[in-house]
Design a protein around this ligand. Structure first.
Ligand code: ADP
Ligand code: MG
Length: 703
C-alpha cells in the first residue's frame, strides 16, 4: 500500500474505525502520520513496587503471580492480576473485561509492564496497592516493541468509540510501516539550513519518541520532529501563496498607469490638511506599483483614523486621469454613504463624475446608473456590494478599492476584480493584523502600512464602569455635552435576537430622551432604517443637530464624525476586541480630548475580562490585534473559510511565528528560482502542493 491509500485497508482498521478516523480528519495513511499526539505521558521510568505511593502515576514491571476473576459481595465481577517484582507485590483490576480474552492474555509466570494511577487496594492486606484499568503490555514479545508503557507514550486526540489504546496501536503500525514511504519533499538545502530532521525520522519521533527526547519540548510542540512537520506545513502554504501572487502579477498583463499628477496636485490644494509622512510613503508605494505593467495587489493597513480614505482617493484619481474608471466598495451602506458625502464635493470640484451605488436605489435610477457606468461616463463609483452585482459592467475598470477588507470574503474580492480586465486592486483594513497572521492570510498581497496618525490627535481615555454606576456615566455625558461634545451610545448586536437588540436600543433611546436628558436632542440609528433615514440621521449628527446618537453596531466601521468625543459602549463585555477597538476609533478624531466608556454588566467571562483589560491598557491597534489573536487563537481570529486558505493541522502561527517567516522567505525564493516548479528535484514538492491546495486552486487562479 501507498501513503495516499485509504486508511480502511490498514490491518486493524476496517470500515467502522475508518469512519472514526474520518471524524479526526484522517482519511489516508499519510493523514494519519500528520495526526499529532495531543500530549505525551512519560512512562519510561520504571519504578519498584516497594517505592510506590498512592496517588502517583507510575509504571512497573513484574511477573504475573495470579490471574483470576473475583465476585464482590454486590455480585460485581472483577478481573484481578497479582504482579510481583522482587521488591513487593500489587494488584491490577478491571471491571469491564472479556474473561476468555483476559485469561489467554495474562498467563501466570509471564512478565508484564503496567502503567496507571496507584491507589490503596481496598481488598488487599496491610495497605496493599492496586491500579485500576492500567495500560499494560505483556513482555513476551521483543522489549523494544513497547507501545503503551515503558516509554514516552503518545496520547492522541480521539473521538467517541475509539479507545486511546486501540488508536495508539494502529498509529504504531502505521508509523512503523509507512513513515519511510512518505516522500521527503523539502529541498535538502533547506532542511540543512534549518537543521530539520528527515521526514521519516520526524514522523517516528513525533509519535513514538525515543526515551531520551525531552518531554518538555514534545509537550509544547517544539521538538525537532514537531518543527520539521510545522515547517513543511508552512512551506506548502507559502508556496501556494507565492504561486498565487506570481499568477496575479508576473503572469498577467495589467495596466501601467501613466498619470500627469495634475488631479492630485489640485486635490492637495483642496484638502484642509497636508498628508502625514506615512500617508506620503504608502501613496508613493501605491503609485510605483500602479505604474508597473503588472496588476497591483496591495493591502493597505492602517489603524482606525489613520487616513486611508484620502490615500485611496489619490490612487483613484491617478486612474481617472489615465482614462480609466475606479471603484471603492464599502461593507455597509452607512459607510458607502459617508464616503460619498465626503468625496463628492471634492470630486465635483475636480470635475470627476461620481455616483453612489447601493442596494436600495429605485429601479429606474439603477438602470441609468448602470448605463452611466457601462458607458464610462461615471469615472469613480462609490458603493456597497451592489457594485459586484452581475448587471454592473464597467467600461474600463482600472482600480478596485475594497474598504474594510475583513468584512468581505475572498469571493467578493474576486468578484470585484472580475469587473475589469486585470485591474489594480487596493484592499484596505483597519483591523490590524499581526504580522504573522498577515503572512498567512494575505500572503499573496504586498503590504503597505500607515503607522502614524494625523497630528493633533489625543489618545482616547478609556474607562470602565459597572452597570450599577450608570448615573455617574450620565452626569459625565451631561458635562461633556455642556462643553460642546457629542456622544455615541452603542448597543451590541445579540446574534440570536436582532429584534431584542433593536428593542434594547429603541427603549434606551426613549428612556434617555424622556427620563435622563429631556433637554438634549437624541437620535437613534440601526440597521432596519432605510438609507434615506440613515443618511439624514448621520447628517444631523455630523452637523451637531443631535447631541447623542444611540446606535446598534451599524456604526462600527469607518464612521467619521470629528465632533464626537464620547463613545459609550453598553455591554462592553459582549464585544470582541477588534470591535471594541473599532468603536473606540469613532472618537478622538477631532482635536478635543475624547473618552471611551465601557459599561459592563455581570456576569463577565474570563475571556471577556482579558479583552476588557487589553482595551483599557492599550490603544495601539497592532498590540490589540496580537492580544486578540492570543485570546481567541488563530482559527477564530479569522475564519479560515473566509480567508480561502487550507487549514493548518500541526502549525500554530503564534507559537511557530519564526518558522512561518523562515518558510515564507524560502518559499518565495524558490518560486522566484523555479516559478512553475518544473525542475526535476521539485517534482515531489509540486505534487504535494497540488494535493494540499486542490480545492483552493480556482482561488489560486483568480486571486
Ligand atoms: P480610516 O483610516 O480609519 O479610514 P479616515 O480615512 O476615515 O480614516 O480618516 C479619518 C479622519 O482623518 C478624516 O476626517 C480625514 O479627513 C482625516 N485625515 C486624513 N488624513 C489626514 C491628515 N493627514 N491630517 C489631518 N487629518 C487627516
Ligand atoms: Mg476608513
Amino acid at each position: 500500500m501507498k501513503p495516499d491509500d485509504h486508511i480502511q485497508y490498514i490491518k486493524g482498521v476496517g470500515p467502522r474505525r475508518a469512519q472514526l478516523f474520518g471524524k479526526l480528519g484522517v482519511y489516508t495513511i499519510e493523514d494519519a502520520c500528520w495526526l499529532l499526539p495531543r500530549c505525551y505521558e512519560d512512562r519510561s521510568q520504571v519504578k519498584l513496587i516497594s517505592q510506590l505511593e498512592p496517588g502517583v502515576i507510575a509504571t512497573v514491571v513484574g511477573e504475573i503471580k495470579q490471574a483470576r476473576v473475583l465476585t464482590t459481595r454486590r455480585r460485581r465481577r472483577i478481573f484481578e492480576l497479582t504482579v510481583a517484582d522482587g521488591s513487593g507485590a500489587m494488584t491490577a483490576k478491571w471491571f469491564r473485561f472479556n474473561t476468555r480474552y483476559m485469561s489467554s492474555l495474562f498467563k501466570k509466570g509471564e512478565r508484564i509492564i503496567l502503567s496507571g494511577t496507584v491507589e490503596t487496594d481496598p481488598y488487599g492486606f496491610f495497605g496493599g496497592l492496586q491500579m485500576l484499568h492500567p495500560d499494560y503490555e505483556t513482555l513476551s514479545r521483543d522489549e523494544d516493541e513497547l507501545v503503551h508503557t515503558g516509554r514516552i507514550v503518545p496520547v492522541y486526540p480521539t473521538t467517541e468509540g475509539f479507545h486511546q489504546k486501540a488508536l495508539r496501536s494502529v498509529m504504531k503500525r502505521i508509523v512503523d510501516e509507512y513513515s519511510s514511504k512518505i516522500a521527503d519533499i523539502l529541498p535538502p538545502e533547506i532542511t540543512h539550513q534549518y537543521n530539520l530532521p528527515p521526514i521519516d525520522q520526524a514522523i517516528q519521533q513525533v509519535h513514538f519518541p525515543d526515551n531520551s527526547a525531552g518531554l518538555e519540548l514534545l509537550e509544547q510542540g517544539i521538538s525537532p520532529a514537531h518543527r520539521r512537520l510545522v515547517f513543511e506545513e508552512f512551506f506548502l502554504l507559502e508556496l501556494g501563496l507565492a504561486n498565487r501572487r506570481r499568477q496575479l502579477t508576473q503572469d498577467r498583463a495589467g495596466i501601467a498607469f501613466k498619470s500627469t499628477g495634475e488631479l492630485a496636485h489640485r486635490l492637495i490644494k483642496l484638502l484642509p490638511f497636508s498628508l502625514t509622512t506615512a500617508q506620503e510613503r504608502v501613496l508613493n508605494q501605491i503609485r510605483q506599483d500602479m505604474a508597473r505593467p503588472q496588476p497591483m495587489n496591495r493591502l493597505l493597513q492602517g489603524d482606525v483614523g489613520s487616513g486611508k480614505t484620502v490615500v485611496a482617493l489619490f490612487a483613484m484619481l491617478g486612474v481617472v486621469e489615465a482614462g480609466y474608471q475606479a471603484a471603492i466598495m464599502a461593507p455597509t451602506e452607512i459607510l458607502a454613504e459617508q464616503h460619498y458625502l465626503n468625496l463628492h464635493p471634492l470630486l465635483d470640484e475636480l470635475g470627476v463624475n461620481t455616483l453612489l451605488l447601493k442596494g436600495d436605489i429605485k429601479n429606474q435610477h439603477k438602470k441609468t446608473a448602470y448605463e452611466r457606468i457601462a458607458s464610462g461616463d461615471v469615472q469613480l463609483v462609490i458603493g456597497t456590494h451592489a457594485i459586484i452585482q452581475h448587471k454592473v459592467n464597467f467600461q474600463r475598470l482600472g482600480l478596485a478599492v475594497i474598504d474594510e477588507q475583513h468584512r468581505f470574503g475572498v469571493m467578493q474580492r474576486a468578484n470585484l476584480i472580475r469587473k475589469g480586465y486585470h485591474p489594480d486592486v487596493l484592499v484596505m483594513t483597519a483591523t490590524p493584523i499581526p504580522r504573522t497572521l498577515a503572512l498567512t492570510v494575505y500572503g499573496d498581497l504586498t503590504m503597505s502600512v500607515i503607522d502614524e496618525l494625523p497630528p493633533g490627535r489625543q489618545p482616547v481615555e478609556t474607562r470602565l464602569y459597572y452597570d450599577r454606576h450608570r448615573s455617574k456615566v450620565y452626569s459625565f455625558i451631561n458635562k461633556q455635552i455642556k462643553i460642546g461634545g457629542q456622544v455615541y451610545i452603542v448597543y451590541p448586536l445579540v446574534e440570536e435576537s436582532e429584534k431584542l437588540n433593536l428593542k434594547a436600543a429603541t427603549d434606551m433611546a426613549a428612556h434617555l430622551q424622556w427620563d435622563i436628558f429631556p433637554h438634549l436632542k437624541i437620535g437613534l440609528i440601526h440597521g432596519r432604517l432605510n438609507s434615506q433615514e440613515k443618511e439624514q440621521i448621520m447628517r444631523d449628527f455630523k452637523a451637531q443637530r443631535l447631541h447623542i446618537l444611540v446606535a446598534t453596531t451599524v456604526i462600527e466601521v469607518g464612521i467619521d464624525v470629528p465632533g464626537a468625543s464620547v463613545m459609550v459602549i453598553e455591554h462592553a463585555e459582549r464585544f470582541g476586541l477588534a470591535q471594541l477597538h473599532q468603536l473606540r476609533g469613532r472618537v478622538g478624531r477631532g482635536s478635543e480630548k475624547s473618552y471611551c466608556i465601557l459599561l459592563v454588566h455581570f456576569p463577565i467571562t474570563e475571556e471577556a475580562k482579558l479583552r476588557l483589560k487589553a482595551i483599557v491598557n492599550t490603544q495601539d491597534g497592532f498590540m490589540i490585534a496580537e492580544e486578540d489573536l492570543k485570546i481567541r487563537g488563530p482559527g477564530e481570529f479569522l475564519g479560515t473559510r473566509q480567508s480561502g486558505l487550507p487549514d493548518l493541522k500541526v502549525a500554530n502561527i503564534i507559537r511557530d511565528a519564526s518558522l512561518l517567516e523562515a518558510a515564507r522567505e524560502e518559499a518565495f525564493a524558490l518560486i522566484k528560482k523555479d516559478p512553475t516548479l518544473s525542475l526535476p528535484q521539485h517534482q515531489p514538492l509540486k505534487e504535494a502542493l497540488l494535493r494540499k491546495w486542490k480545492h483552493k486552486l480556482e482561488l489560486v487562479q483568480i486571486g
